[in-house]
Each structure stands twice: as C-alpha cells, then as structure tokens.
Design a protein around this ligand. Sequence first.
Ligand code: BGC
Length: 819
Amino acid sequence: MKSVVRAPKSDAISEREEKNRALARRVCAQGIVLLKNEHAALPLTGGKVSLFGRGVRYTEAGGTGSGEVHPRTRVNVEQGFLNAGWQVCTGRWLDELDTLYAEAHRKWEEETDKLFSRPCFDFTRLMAEAQAHCFRAPYGGAIKEEDVQTDTAVYVLTRQAGEGGDRRDEEGDFLIAAEELEHLRRLKELFPKLVLVINSAGMIDLTFDEEIGADAIVYMVQGGMEGGNALADVLTGKENFCGKLADTWGRNYGQYPFANEYGSRNGDALHDIYKEGIFIGYKWFESAGFMPRYPFGYGLSYTQFRISDAQVSLLGGRAVVAAKVKNVGEKAGREVVQVYAALPKGSIVKEAQRLVAFAKTEELAPGAECEVRMLFELSVLASYFEGESRYKIEKGDYLLRVGNSSENLQTAAAIRFRETVTTELCKSAAKARMEIPDFPASALTESAEEPPVAEYTGGIVMRRNEYTYHPKFDQKTEDLYKALRARDKARLVVGAGYFGKTYNLTYGAVGKTTSKLLKKGIPNINMCDGPQGVNLTPRAADVGSKWFTMPVVPENLRHGLLKKLLALFSPKEKEGQAFRYQYCTQWPCETLVAQTWDCGLLYEMGRATGAELLETGVTLWLAPGMNLHRNPLCGRSFEYYSEDPLLTGKLAASLSQGVNSCGGIGVTYKHFVCNDREEERRRMSAEISERALREAHLKAFEIAVKEGNPKAVMTSYNRVNGAYVSNTRALCVDVLRCEWGFSGIVMTDWFATGKEAASAEECISSGNDLVMPGSGSVQRKILRAYRRGRIREADMACSCKLILRTILESAVYTDGRKE
Ligand code: BGC
C-alpha cells in the first residue's frame, strides 16, 4: 500500500501561514478585554515599557493536553513590545527570572523523570498525574529601584491548566500567590501607575486588587501564537479594545453555584449533582442576588458608545431588534450590542433574564453612527416543562433589554403573549435519578417602566418530533455497503489510532477510519485535535506508509519512561532524510475567541483552519469544544467558549460554517454532553434534571447543530444520570438526530470503552457510529454482538453508511487520489 501524504515538503513560510498569522493576531486583539482603566493608565505612551511577571517571557499561549497546538513560532509579551519598536526597560529583572526558571525546570525534570519511571499504560492516570505534577515556574526575584525607568509598570500574571486535571482554589492558581502579591505591592510603591495583565484561560480571584488598586486590568486570556503582538497592539493603543467577557467574574470562588460540591470537594468525585439547574453564570448571580466583580458581556474601550432608539418588531414567529450605536468618544472602535429577555413569572421558576441575540458593529470612527439589526426566533423564549416533555412560552410580558453587558441594559419593548404557546413536543431524553429541586430564583425587580408592547399574534410553528431515523444514502454508498462482509463492517465502525499502515497519511493525526478496506475502494480519512488550531507534528520525517506515526505528545507528559519510549520509537532522522512540514496556526484559546462576540470572525477562522486541514489531508477536525463554563475551576475551560449556551452555540455554528465552506472537511463538536470537569471524567455521573440538561448544556450543541451543519459530534466520557452518554440512545439518536436533524457521524471520545467505561457494542446500538480508536479486541466484540443480533442490522447499516458517505464526500477522496 502506497501512502498519500499531502503536507508540503518545503519548510518555507507559505502565503497561507502568513495570512493566518495575521488573522490570529486580529482575533486575539479583538478578544482581549479591558476590565478597568483609571487615571488614563492605558494606552501606554512614550515608546518605553517596564514589564514584570513571569508571563512576560513565559507567556502562556494555550492550555495543555490534546488541545495543544505547535506553531512555527510563538510571540511572548516581551517580543510583542520589541516587535512594536518599544524599548523594554526591565532586562535585569527578566534575565534574573530566566536563571531562576532554568534552574527550577532542571530540578522539575529530574523529579518527574523519577516519578514517571514505572510503566503505566493507563492514559487517564498518566494525564491526571502529569497535571498534578506540572511544572510550576518561579515568579521571579525582587524588584529593585534600579528597575524603575518609566511611569507605568506592566505586570503579567500567568496561569496554566489543561486536560486531565482541574484548577484549584488555591494560591498560585485561582488565588494570587504570596510572591505575586509582594511584587504588586512593590510596584505600587515604586511606580506612579500599575497595569495588571491576566494571562490565564480561566478567571482568577481579584480580591487582592481591593488592596493593590491597579490602575488598569486587562484580561489577556491565552492568546495563541500571536498573543504578545496582539497585547502590544491594544496596550499601546494601535488597536482599540472591543472584547467583552464571555463569563461572569464573581468576587470569589464561593459565589459560584454550589462551589464546594464541585468534583471531590464534597467527598464524592463520582457524582456531581447539578443543583444549580439552569442557573449558570449570570443567571445564577442575578437570581441568587450576588453582585459579580465584572458582569457577563462587560468590557471597556478607549472610546464610548451610545446605544439608542432600540425598537422591536415581530415578524410572525420571529423578532427583529434594531438599535442605533454612536461612537461618542475620540477613538475609532467597535461595540457589541446585546439583547436579553427578562422572563415573566409563571408556573415554574425561570432565570431573571437570558441572552437572546447579539451583534458586533463594524469599526466606527469618532462621531460615526450605525444601525444594528438582530433577528431571533421567538422560540428562544421557551422553557422546558419536564412533566409534559415540551417547550412552552408561558403567557406574560417578555421584556427585551438592550445594552452592552448583562448589567448595563435599557428596556426596549415587551413582547406580550396573551396565551401560553407550545413551541415543541419532545419525548423524555434523560430523567434524573434523584429529586433535584429547582433553585428558588428571585426574578429581577419588577420594572416600573411601561415599555412599548409588541403583541404576539401567531406565527410560531409548533415542532412535533418524530422519533424514527431513516437517513437516505446515494447509490454509491449503498453499493459499497452491500459489498462489505460482517468483518468489514466491524472494521469500519472501529477507528484506528497512530499505528498501522495507512493510506491517507497525516503526521500527528490522532485517529483515522480503517485503512484495511482500501481494496474495496474505501480509503481512510484522518482526524486531528483542536480546538486552538490543527494539532499536528510540525516537522515530521517522511516515513511514507511505515507503521508508526506518533501524534505530538502533550508537553507535560514527556517524561520518564515515556520520554525514553518516544526516543526509542520515533522515526530516526537519517542523513538526506526527507521531511514534511505542517506549520499550523495556534489560534487564541476558545475563551478568548468567545470574547470577540464576532460570528463573522469565527467564520473567517473556520475558513482559515479549513485551508490547513486541506493542506495536511485531515478530514475531521476534533473541535470546537462546546461544554459550558459551569465552574471556573474546570481544567479544560480554555477549550470551551462560555457560560452561556446561546453565545457558545452561535460561535461554534459560525466556525463550522467557515470550515464547511472549504468543501470535503468538517468540524467535530465535543464533548456531548456535561463534560465540564476533568476529575474522574471517565466515571463521573452528572446528576441533572432534564430541564437543565436541555435548556443549558444541550442547548449549546442544539444551536450549533441546527445552524452549523457539523460533519461530526464526539460523545463525552462521562455518564449522565447514571448512564454513559455514548450508551444512551435517547441522547445520541432521539435528541441529536431526530429532534435536531443531525446527519453526520457520532464518534466516541478516545478509548472511551472498556472496563469501568462504556460498552463498545452498546455504543453502536445507541447511535455512535465510530468507536475511537479501537483495538482488534473491540472489533471482535462488535462483530460477535452483530452476529448474535445484539447489534441490529439497521443500526450497523446506518453507522457504516454514515461513515462511507463522509469518506465519499471528503476532500481526500474527491480529489481523485483514492487509488
Ligand atoms: C480528549 C478529546 C480528544 C481526544 C483525542 C481525548 O482525551 O478528551 O478531546 O479529541 O482525546 O486526542
């Protein structure tokens, strides 16, 4: 078998690379949020800057684990300022940090090499251990008077987190470390002004700022490979800030819902009771009566905007909100207009308000004005009534409030429903095993205003779901399926990993469909990780169809035995060796991308990523991550967008449309559903009411599936109400396919089946089409179950044909190189 490798043989910087790098910088600058700016601390002036903090040189570009991406180069904060032509005045302090860092890293390598010297083939344990022992860089030495050469100090506080473990509500993580606090106190003494930059994919507790009183605070998040350049762009005022928070920043960890019951904090790591129900993020803060530090949707700019003349009109089952936005300040900038619906009291408790639409303006010059129009289906106002298994809009007035954060809003109009309207009839998808009482929410204080009323007079078409699924396939797919023996079918529904001879070969792909059916005209297609970009080996020795193509092992796993094994098995470089180069873009992490609130930009990112997928022969990108930011300690928050399902769903849909526009490639929404913590992610059960599941956690996927037409969905490791998601037909077929109309592939997460895990046979019976990546023994299990009728022919046929169709439609197949 001769393999087809598409990645370029030259390592010259391509036009695609340059174009995408420029886009990565733009996305980053548009997503960084200005939280505070007093005493005109920003923009910086004068061409000289004093940079402190370990994030200056050791800037975190993204999280760790399968979401790591390896670009050609990354720009740290110092380099960003140097590239902008600024002088960095703190060389002494930064060089000293380098010395401390090198020493600490050497020690840590020695310790971890010892720690990981025993063989361990349990990948999950390995990840959790690595996460628990990940490198904690030093904070840096004392700040001295000789370091003061400018008026303003910039301190970059940095945090790292990732797959396999959650963050901690401790010093050095969610809380500030003593050393960092000492630095900030000293800077406050020495410099007239202090700017704090937070380089972390998740929020931190800013209580210390009540003492320190930084003049400006900037939430940089983790900006990918262009983070340093983009930060310099906004801090120097070359670009204006236009990012808005995608999460509510509480005053402390305790303000988050049932904060001390998350994971093993209450002694039970195997169950998480979602007591907050639908009240996540701002919905929780508003209903529980907590004042956050910074509200959802908030972010400052170097200019000011006036949002006015908001008007609402109804078009049958839809509403259109129009508003004027004027730049009333002195610098060009962009504003995000947000529309929230305040829900009336009814027979069930509801959130005080929910985001229903948003739009970002183009850049407005000082004095310029524009009109934004936002359209939404009235069905977004509905709540799920569990006893009746239906969505209803209860009668009453729904106030539409328009503004630029969840707190800064003006009521524009009330949509009046004189009668309750049913919008969708469903069937129960996942009943809770225990009583989870609704959180006793208090609605927003009744408004005394009397806004104009838009009366609903009909137009919503009630959706009646049919729970049968019989997709149609073209003749070629049917013919290929007919030619398969039972054994071939078992091969087709079990994906492969990194080993084995491969026809379509992508170095660093994390999975593929089988290569064993090539003689039947069925080539393999490849999958690679995301979501911060296309996660592939940047430079790989060209080994053609040889059996070993290792994916990039996450950085904090490369120790001890694994380091030795990698050295032993990785293809050796020989003189005259040919290489393939796959320099892909490391985008900002998803949290930062979400802060752009810009669907158009996500579409552009999708197209730009699509070019890289086509260039490297990948068909399915294992991205975006779509779980909600339910608790700020989730280790993989950097791979997820927001606490809000509408924002998450809309952004993911735009990204998917962008990738789809390239043809023959697609995204994989993951992890379906409730994988919002890392601890015990393979065994834990989310104990959740069906209402919270549907209105919050599934909602993000629902919007993104209906609007984004993804090629694939990945089920999560965890259980929901006791049953593994990948073994729950009600979720994988009834909801995903019958209710939402999803027509692509459903695949499992990696190694999700086995002992104390989901059953591979049940995955296929429950609507997963691909078990990823499975061994020969998984294939045999599936074959046995199929032969004995425990996997029905209809299910096997459906899974095989969905895979075949995806292969036939793939870019690697259609470009004619299948033979
Ligand atoms: C992660 C997935 C990832 C897969 C392949 C799993 O551990 O949960 O998000 O796509 O590995 O790397």
